[in-house]
Design a protein around this ligand. Structure first.
Ligand code: SAM
Ligand code: FES
Length: 347
C-alpha cells in the first residue's frame, strides 16, 4: 500500500483499481504514511503557511432545492435574510483589520442580487481593498454573468461539482438541476480566467467508492486551483434528515489523496470538518489542507445560514474565530499568513 502512496506522489495518478484501494484504506500505519506524504508535499509548495479566507454568507434565500441543504427553497422553517451592500462592506472592513486578504462572498442562488447589484458590490469591495482577492460562491449563473463579475474585479469562484457521477447527482438534486450544466459552469469559469474551485461532500447519501473515483478523475481533468471537500452532515428539515454524516477518517484520507494528486491545490479544512470533530480542522491541515475559512458574517445572521445541523461558530464574533483559528494552527506548528494566498503554479 505504501507503494501506491509513492506512486501517487510520483505520478499524480493511479489506475481505477488502485484509486479504490487507496480511498478505502484504514490501516493506521498506511494512513499515517499518506498524511505525512501529503504534509510534505504541501510544505514544498506553501511551507507552514495556512491561508485564511473571510467568509461572508450574505444571503440564505435560494431558488434551488438540493435534497441535502438546510437553506433549500422548500425549507419553510428557514429564517431568511439578506445583507445590504453597506453590511457587506462593513464585514470586509472588519475583516481587513483582522488580517484577511481574501473575502469570500457566498450565498444561496438569490435572484434579488441582480448582475447589476453584484457587480456594484464586487467593484466597491475591490476599490476599498485593492490588495485583497475576492472569491465568489453564488452557484450556477450564465457565462455572461460570470464574465461581468470577473470584469468587475472578482478573482476566484467556488462551485462544488457535488459529485461527478450523473446518477448520484440526480439522487442529490431535483430534476431541474443537471451535472452537465454544473460541469459546464466550471469550464466556463476557468476559461474566463478565474481561479476555480470544485469539490464535493464526503459521505453524501448514495455515494459509493466508484463515485469517489469519478470525483478524483474529474478533478484531475478539470485541474482546479482550489478543492472544497467536507463531510455531508444531515439537516433536520431536509429529505436527508435521517441519513448518516460522512466520517472524519474518510475525509482525511481524501484530503491527502487530493493533495498528492494536485500538489499545489488550495485545500481548505472546512467548517463541516470542524463540526463533526472538535479537532477536525487541525487534523485536516495535518492531512495536507492549507486553508481555513473563518466566518465574517454578522453574528445576527450566522445561525440562519444553517446548511446542516450543529454548525460551529454561529455565536462567535469574527475576531474570536480569527484568533481561535490562529491558536489552533499554531498548536500544530503552522502559522496564519496575512496575504492573498494565491495559487502557486510551481514551487
Ligand atoms: N449556492 C452556492 C452553490 O451552490 O455553490 C453556494 C452555497 S452552497 C450552500 C455551498 C456548499 O454547501 C454546497 O456546495 C454543498 O456542498 C455544501 N452543503 C450544503 N448542504 C450541506 C450539508 N448538509 N452538509 C455538508 N455540506 C453541505
Ligand atoms: Fe470560530 Fe474557533 S473558529 S470559534
Amino acid at each position: 500500500m505504501k507503494r501506491l502512496v509513492d506512486k501517487l506522489q510520483g505520478s499524480g495518478s493511479l489506475t481505477a483499481e488502485e484509486w479504490k484501494r487507496l480511498i478505502t484504506v484504514r490501516d493506521p500505519e498506511i494512513t499515517e504514511y499518506l498524511f505525512e506524504r501529503a504534509r510534505t508535499v504541501r510544505e514544498e509548495y506553501y511551507g507552514k503557511d495556512i491561508y485564511i479566507r473571510g467568509l461572508i454568507e450574505f444571503t440564505n434565500y435560494c431558488k434551488n432545492d438540493c435534497y441535502y441543504c438546510g437553506i433549500r427553497r422548500s425549507n419553510g422553517k428557514a429564517d431568511r435574510y439578506r445583507l445590504t451592500k453597506a453590511q457587506i462592506m462593513d464585514c470586509c472592513r472588519a475583516g481587513y483589520e483582522l488580517g484577511f486578504r481574501t473575502f469570500v462572498l457566498q450565498g444561496g442562488e438569490d435572484g434579488y442580487y441582480t448582475d447589476e447589484k453584484m457587480t456594484d458590490i464586487i467593484s466597491s469591495i475591490k476599490e476599498s481593498h485593492p490588495d485583497c482577492a475576492l472569491t465568489l460562491s453564488l452557484g450556477e449563473k450564465s457565462y455572461e454573468s460570470y464574465k461581468a463579475f470577473f470584469h468587475a474585479g472578482a478573482d476566484r469562484y467556488l462551485l462544488r461539482h457535488e459529485t461527478a457521477n450523473e446518477e448520484h447527482y440526480n439522487r442529490l438534486h431535483p430534476g431541474s438541476m443537471s451535472l452537465a450544466y454544473r460541469k459546464q459552469c466550471l469550464y466556463e469559469l476557468k476559461e474566463i480566467g478565474y481561479q476555480v474551485g470544485c469539490g464535493f461532500m464526503v459521505g453524501s447519501p448514495y455515494q459509493t467508492v466508484d463515485c469517489l473515483v469519478e470525483d478524483l478523475l474529474f478533478m484531475k481533468e478539470l485541474n482546479p486551483h482550489m478543492v472544497g471537500i467536507g463531510p455531508f452532515i444531515p439537516h433536520h428539515e431536509t429529505p436527508f434528515a435521517q441519513r448518516k454524516a460522512g466520517t472524519l477518517a474518510q475525509t482525511l484520507v481524501l484530503l491527502s489523496i487530493i493533495r498528492l494528486m494536485l500538489p499545489a491545490v488550495l485545500l481548505p479544512a472546512t467548517t463541516a470538518l470542524g463540526t463533526i470533530n472538535p479537532k477536525g480542522r487541525e487534523l485536516g491541515i495535518l492531512a495536507g489542507a492549507n486553508v481555513v475559512m473563518p466566518n465574517l458574517s454578522p453574528v445576527t445572521v450566522r445561525s440562519k445560514y444553517m446548511l446542516y445541523d450543529n454548525k460551529i461558530c454561529t455565536g462567535d464574533e469574527a475576531a474570536e474565530c480569527r484568533f481561535c483559528l490562529q491558536r489552533r494552527m499554531e498548536s500544530i506548528g503552522c502559522r496564519i499568513a496575512v496575504s492573498r494566498g494565491d495559487y502557486k503554479s510551481q514551487n
